[in-house]
Design a protein around this ligand. Structure first.
Ligand code: PGA
Length: 263
């Protein structure tokens, strides 16, 4: 696992976004996985700007989300899909075609089937070339919450109270309004991505990052499964890196890393 620690968030976001831009330059028809939530806000801005000012375009690419809330009965919303449509779809964003935005659909009555269909769709497109990830303050990746199998495939999961508190700002500040359930890619599904970049910013992520980078492999911190991935890079700001014992070593290794051909 490679760890980059950045003094400025701007620099960190630029580095994270450069993996997408480089991948699309290498193969415009790549399959890119993106997180939702607060982590990717900055990268979406940079991608839109790159589309407006350079020949960067997601027109031939497919973009895959990680998860989706199951809203209350009768409410047919797909909040994360809506977020990605607003940020990425169309020529005034990044050129992504809506049909090439692949997300789970929890609006029908058969949720198990919806999770299974999502898994099958991911496979049918040949899997993810580059997956960007965030991390929850409880150590979740996508919505794989503590205690679930490290070998899970796409499934229905239940948010922990911590995840509900963290997501409350999307729901008028009230954790009780955050949906309880979601459909999420499983950890084994995520591990099949050929390249993984995880981004974490802020003090509230420091404990989860410490477990991810320096803790023991454990279903109690689902992100630790990434220790088993051979091409995983973790990009952190100083706050998120603040509990790492070997931070200086990671900084040195980052400086000395080969200018890797990433793909
Ligand atoms: P955040 O969430 O980007 O809203 O901090 C990250 C995550 O839950 O994976």
């Amino acid at each position: 696992m490679q760890v980059g620690i950045f003094a400025s968030r701007e620099e960190l976001i630029r580095q994270a976004t450069s993996y997408i831009i480089d991948r699309i330059e290498y193969d415009p028809a790549s399959n890119i996985g993106v997180p939702t939530g607060a982590t990717p806000d900055g990268f979406f801005d940079i991608l839109r700007d790159a589309h407006a000012t350079t020949d960067f375009s997601l027109e031939e690419a497919r973009v895959f989300s990680l998860d989706e809330y199951v809203c209350c009965e009768g409410e047919k919303r797909r909040l994360f899909r809506e977020m990605l449509v607003d940020n990425l779809v169309g020529d005034d964003n990044t050129g992504l075609l809506e049909r090439n935005l692949i997300t789970p659909d929890p609006t029908g009555c058969d949720l198990l089937r919806a999770a299974d269909d999502f898994e099958k769709t991911l496979k049918s497109f040949g899997g993810i070339d580059l997956q960007l990830l965030g991390i929850g303050s409880d150590g979740h990746v996508a919505f794989n919450e503590p205690g679930g199998s490290l070998m899970s495939r796409s499934h229905i999961d239940f948010l922990t109270p911590q995840s509900k508190r963290d997501a409350a700002h999307y729901f008028g500040g009230d954790p009780d309004k955050v949906p309880e359930k979601c459909i999420t890619q499983g950890l084994a599904t995520i591990m099949e991505a050929r390249r993984i970049i995880l981004v974490a910013m802020g003090k509230e992520k420091a404990g989860a990052v410490k477990s991810l980078v320096e803790g023991c492999l454990s279903q109690m911190c689902p992100a630790t499964v990434l220790q088993m991935h051979t091409k995983c890079t973790v990009l952190l700001d100083e706050d998120a890196a603040s509990e790492l014992l070997y931070a200086d070593h990671y900084r040195l290794m980052w400086e000395r890393r080969n200018s890797e051909p990433v793909f």
